[in-house]
Design a protein around this ligand. Sequence first.
Ligand code: ADP
Length: 443
Amino acid sequence: MNEVQLEVAKAYPNDSGRGIARLDPDTLLHLKLSPGDIIEIEGAETTAAKVWRADRQDWNTDTVRVDGFTRQNADVGIGERVTIRKAEAEKADKLVLAPPEEASVQFGSDAAGMVKRQILKRPVVERDIVPVMSSTNHPFMRSPGQAIPLIAVETEPDGVCLITEDTEVELREEPISGFEKTGGGITYEDIGGLQSEIQRVREMVELPMKHPQIFSKLGIEPPQGVLLHGPPGTGKTLLAKAVANETSASFFSIAGPEIISKYYGESEQQLREIFEDAKEESPSIIFIDELDSIAPKREDVTGEVERRVVAQLLTMMDGLETRGQVVVIGATNRVDSVDPALRRPGRFDREIEIGVPDEVGRKEILQIHTRGMPLSDDVSLDHLADETHGFVGADIESLTKEAAMKALRRYLPEIDLDDEEVPPSLIDRMIVKRDDFSGALTE
Ligand code: ADP
């Protein structure tokens, strides 16, 4: 059969959640494919996607770009290889979707129709994660990680199915158990800019987690602690969550100031418990936000609690010995205030600076946060990227939300708050305009 092996790369920012695979013209030719055709992607599991043409910079790189959902569906990571072939897609008579374990969802009365419209002409394979936008949320308010991942628990027929107008889509509110995939969570597509930073974190954390034998063969210790430092709102938390999600590691989060404010003796106890749980459920990532507040330079330490918590943290990190299966990622805005004892070998001995995004990064962040937002043609993200010098990711996120709120206010007079549902025709008409962004910018 006609097939090729390609390396998996992350999706373009705008492609996430759309079930698209980007291939270069050579591959299209070789597999006799045209844009819009459906392909099978075989990793550890097999899924399907719709083909789009890759941008020129990706030509002849032997890669296929797919998003985090498709990667989970094929059970592959970035940099791993998959087999691609043309799919024999049949029209789906029926598709049953249900939320994954521990995620119950309430659907509105027209939810099935809205979901169908979102996934029309997309291929689905049984057991796939199908990301959909919440119908209870306002359609403008989608932001990364807020798409609801549903699981295709049943399709008729089996195999690769294409959703059409005639497909009967059924939604179940009852979560489905026994599916390993959890879907949700932050993926690398949700991070704008920071390309080389992501690459470094992957080498430090993902590589030893996935392939510990490489490190033992070379006789080196994988890093136990990584320190991310840079201004607030630049994506440090986002990055830690993405790494955990992409490696399927358990994620434990500790807020520095919170743990310090615990009652006498409780902080150390809590720290100990988190480290123990993390070991038990490894591979794990323990994320400590505002590390400088737990572990300020000793000369700054005034409180007894801080001193004890630092000592406890040092003990826990020195006792980890999990060969990269438990990694502690610390974040701080003030790297110079972190206790030097914590930055010694075997502790937080790797550092990555997460800086303020440049124009290219800002454009990517804008693309991410306007994904799924109906933008009017007069909105230029290039222009906005140019105008937002000095904005960090969190600022850009608020800007896009504020613009959407401004748009919403324009439609409010047409919405009858006593009616249970907003007419679908109005929802279809809503768009966010350039003026909404200009208005949001001047506030
Ligand atoms: P930090 O941990 O550096 O203070 P966060 O990761 O908590 O910042 O960022 C806060 C929010 O801002 C994120 O949830 C995200 O929505 C947005 N954000 C920040 N940086 C980025 C980025 N590089 N790309 C996309 N969104 C970002």
